[in-house]
Design a protein around this ligand. Structure first.
Ligand SMILES: Nc1ncnc2c1ncn2[C@@H]1O[C@H](COP(=O)(O)OP(=O)(O)OP(=O)(O)O)[C@@H](O)[C@H]1O
Ligand SMILES: O=P(O)(O)OC[C@H]1O[C@H](OP(=O)(O)OP(=O)(O)O)[C@H](O)[C@@H]1O
Length: 220
């Protein structure tokens, strides 16, 4: 068993906020600050290792124990439904998962009458569950990005996607119809690591909990 604690962090927008948060509890990695194409970074003094992976791959690395701890959006966890310990809401990366459609369609459309609709999304599992609970049948079209394009080119009338500022929807002539979930970034932990590296992992969770709790109290 390695005496390192390994983190899987998503390469995209979450990476910087994660490292800033970890720095506040004394977890740093000077090697990561240099421009590089490396994917694994180490701090040999404090025995922390950081892997830069695709956001959607974070749960897989943690599930298989290649990483002890991961940082990932709730959207990804909801979609993948893996058996991971999720001890903390890190309270950043806030956005919403919504159903949206073109502004022109919205004027005459009544979601209460939906019975069989086509939806393009990166989140087919969440979308299917959401509409099944409402008794609505959906034809799902799985896309990997630029979801707002689908209605513009006639691929689907509706989409399920993430919204934060709302600019992407607006600039593509779309409006929100319903909110499926509020999304934030979560800390996830491999269940075996929690036992084998209990002391170090518990300390990380408690330290993070403390600063996040303080932050929430301050912003109230
Ligand atoms: N405006 C936003 N749009 C998309 N994701 C956001 C937004 N704001 C916060 N997030 C969060 O950031 C996470 C990572 O998004 P990012 O765009 O970096 O990766 P991705 O491109 O979706 O994933 P992958 O690289 O695996 O395709 C999302 O899963 C979500 O939880
Ligand atoms: O409400 P906004 O602030 O405009 O943000 C929402 C947009 O950001 C995300 O896309 P991303 O940048 O990840 O690109 P992608 O869809 O191609 O993955 C998301 O899928 C929306 O398209």
């Amino acid at each position: 068993m390695s005496d390192y604690i390994t983190f899987a962090l998503p390469k995209g927008r979450i990476m910087q906020d994660s490292m800033e948060l970890f720095a506040r509890i004394g977890i740093t990695c000077p090697e990561m600050e240099k421009e590089s194409r490396k994917l694994v970074f180490e701090n040999p003094e404090s025995k922390f290792r950081f892997m830069a992976v695709r956001a959607t791959d974070v749960p897989t690395y943690v599930e298989y124990g290649c990483a002890d701890i991961g940082v990932v959006g709730k959207d990804t966890l909801m979609e993948q439904g893996k058996d991971l310990y999720e001890p903390l809401d890190l309270k950043f990366g806030y956005c919403r998962m919504v159903v949206a459609e073109p502004k022109a369609l919205r004027k005459e459309d009544d979601p209460a009458n939906w019975s069989n609709i086509r939806v393009a999304t990166k989140y087919p599992n969440v979308t299917e569950r959401y509409f099944a609970a409402k008794g609505i049948q959906v034809e799902l079209i799985k896309l990997y990005g630029s979801i707002e394009l689908a209605p513009l080119v006639g691929l689907s009338e509706r989409i399920v996607d993430l919204v934060s500022t709302g600019v992407t929807l607006r600039e593509n002539g779309m409006v929100e119809v319903e909110t499926i979930a509020e999304i934030t970034t979560r800390l996830i932990v491999n269940r075996a690591s929690l036992k084998t590296k209990h002391q170090r992992i518990t300390k990380i969770i408690e330290d993070l909990e403390q600063i996040i709790g303080d932050e929430v109290r301050l912003s109230k």
